[in-house]
Design a protein around this ligand. Structure first.
Ligand code: HEM
Length: 152
């Protein structure tokens, strides 16, 4: 067991670097995909060539960038959770961060369901709704950064 802990401690700065790289890639998609939806709803005629192009951009962004980036963020984050001393469970920040990452994951899932709906031509939501939803990852990001940096 102590050999395992030594390995986790030695790898820690590398794991944290990979974690931050993954979350940046994930966040890029979480910010951009709802913007694509806004333009898709407001400017694109259903069934047109541009509609097909938007569907491709949305699907690729979600599958090729966001899904792998989310899995990597979770994997490296959980490795740090199991590194001795990394998380002070007596503090408040692990719980505010935990709440925010679960919400971020739920938001990611919600976006995935919207990608599917656009691909079926059954989107129900307005551009205004997507503009409002675009603020969700921003608010969660603020909670996460205050949690891990201020560490209240
Ligand atoms: C997906 C699930 C996630 C898990 C399980 C997780 C877990 C962790 C853990 C255990 C640490 C080390 C504790 C620390 O040193 O602060 C950490 C660090 C960090 N996380 Fe996450 N995290 C996740 C997602 C995110 C997301 C979505 C963001 C940004 C939006 C983020 C940003 C950071 C940053 C910036 C650090 C480095 C803080 C420092 O300077 O030490 N994490 N994460």
């Amino acid at each position: 067991m102590s050999g395992m802990f030594d390995l986790l401690l030695t790898a820690y700065p590398w794991v944290k670097s990979l974690h931050v790289i993954s979350v940046i890639a994930w966040m890029a998609g979480l910010f951009y995909l709802p913007r694509l939806f806004v333009y898709h709803v407001e400017k694109v005629e259903s069934g047109s060539e541009t509609d097909a192009l938007f569907q491709t951009m949305e699907r690729k962004l979600f599958r090729v960038i966001m899904q792998p980036a989310m899995m990597a963020s979770w994997t490296f984050g959980l490795i740090m959770v199991f590194t001795p001393g990394a998380v002070d469970w007596g503090a408040i920040w692990p719980y505010t961060k935990g709440f925010a990452i679960l919400s971020m994951t739920a938001f990611h899932d919600w976006l995935g369901r919207r990608v599917y709906q656009f691909s079926q031509g059954t989107n129900q939501l307005t551009g205004r709704r997507y503009r409002i939803m675009n603020e969700v990852p921003t608010v969660l990001l603020v909670i996460i950064i205050f949690s891990v940096i201020v560490r209240f």
